[in-house]
Design a protein around this ligand. Structure first.
Ligand SMILES: Nc1ncnc2c1ncn2[C@@H]1O[C@H](COP(=O)(O)OP(=O)(O)OP(=O)(O)O)[C@@H](O)[C@H]1O
Ligand SMILES: [Mg+2]
Length: 259
C-alpha cells in the first residue's frame, strides 16, 4: 500500500514550546484519507497549536508534517492551502468592511483562481473566470442558506452565520482536507444542527475533515475515527466507543471534561 492510501496527513514527532510551555511534545499520528477524524483532548492539550503548526501559521516547530506524501513542514500558509489542506479560523480575519458576498469572492474561490487569472491577461478568459467564481460563491451562499444576508457586512452576522460563512470560504478553496477548530462553539443549538448537517454533506463528498470538538455527542455523530491528544502528545485512537472505553482516555480526559 502506498503511504497516501494509509495517511493523507502524517504528523511525525512534532514539538514546539512557548517559553516553558511544551504545547506540542513529540506528537505523532496519521490522518487517513477521505474520512472525518475527531481530534479531542483536554483544554491545553495542544490541539489548536497542532492546527497552527500544520497550516504553517506558527513556524519553528521541530518534526515533520507530510500532506499527500509531500513534506509541508516548512511551507508557507498559502502554499499549504493551495495544496488542498485548508483550515478554518475562529473568526474571519481582515474582513470588517466586506459584505458576505465580497468575502466569499475575495477569500474563497479567488485563492484557487488566482494563478489562472494571472495566466490570462485581460479579455474573455478573465470575464469567464470571474463569472465562474461569482456563480460558485452564489451557489455556496445558497447551500449555506446565507443568500438573504449576501449584502450584509460580515461584522453584522450572528456568531453562527459567521461560522457558516467560514465553512463556505474553506469549501470554495476546493480543499482535499479541511481542519476545523470548534466550528460549532458558541453557536445556538439550531445552527449547531445545521452546521453538523453541512459537515455530513462534506464528509459524504469525500473531503477529509479533521474536527476539533469538545461536545462528545457531535464527535460520536460526525466522526469515523477519533484521535485523543493529551499534554502535547498522541494518546489514543479508535472509534468513539473504543475511545469511551479506553482507561487512559477516561483518566486524562473524559473524567476531567469541561462543562
Ligand atoms: N501563543 C502562545 N503563547 C504561549 N502559550 C501558548 C500559545 N499558544 C498556546 N499556548 C499554550 O500551549 C498549550 C496548548 O494550547 P492549545 O491552545 O493548543 O490547546 P487546545 O488543546 O487547543 O486547548 P482548548 O481545548 O482549550 O482549545 C496551552 O498550555 C496554551 O496555554
Ligand atoms: Mg483549542
Amino acid at each position: 500500500m502506498t503511504a497516501m492510501a494509509e495517511a493523507q496527513l502524517a504528523i511525525s514527532d512534532l514539538a514546539i514550546h512557548f517559553g516553558g510551555v511544551r504545547a506540542l511534545d513529540g506528537a505523532s499520528f496519521d490522518i487517513r484519507p477521505g474520512i472525518t477524524t475527531g481530534l479531542i483532548g483536554p483544554n491545553g492539550a495542544g490541539k489548536t497549536t497542532l492546527f497552527n503548526c500544520i497550516s504553517g501559521l506558527i513556524p519553528g516547530a521541530s518534526g515533520q508534517v507530510r500532506f499527500e506524501g509531500r513534506d509541508i513542514s516548512r511551507a508557507r500558509p498559502e502554499a499549504i492551502s493551495r495544496a488542498g489542506l485548508v483550515r478554518s479560523f475562529q473568526l474571519a480575519r481582515g474582513c470588517e468592511n466586506l459584505t458576505v458576498f465580497e468575502h466569499l469572492m475575495l477569500y474563497g474561490p479567488r485563492q484557487q483562481g488566482e494563478n489562472l487569472l494571472k495566466a490570462f491577461i485581460g479579455g474573455r478568459a478573465v470575464r469567464e473566470q470571474e463569472e465562474k467564481l461569482r456563480d460558485e460563491a452564489l451557489d455556496m451562499a445558497g447551500r449555506l442558506r446565507l443568500t438573504h444576508v449576501l449584502d450584509n457586512l460580515v461584522t453584522r452576522l450572528s456568531g453562527g452565520q459567521k461560522k457558516l460563512l467560514e465553512i463556505g470560504r474553506v469549501l470554495l478553496a476546493k480543499p482535499k482536507m479541511i481542519l476545523l477548530d470548534e466550528p460549532m462553539a458558541g453557536v445556538n443549538p439550531t445552527l449547531v444542527q445545521e452546521i453538523a448537517d453541512h459537515l455530513e454533506v462534506i464528509r459524504r463528498s469525500g473531503i477529509a475533515i479533521v474536527l476539533i470538538e469538545h461536545e462528545m455527542e457531535l464527535i460520536d455523530r460526525l466522526c469515523d475515527e477519533v484521535i485523543v491528544m493529551a499534554a502535547g502528545k498522541f494518546l489514543a485512537r479508535g472509534s468513539f466507543s473504543d475511545i469511551q472505553s479506553n482507561r487512559d482516555v477516561q483518566e486524562s480526559y473524559l473524567g476531567l471534561r469541561r462543562q
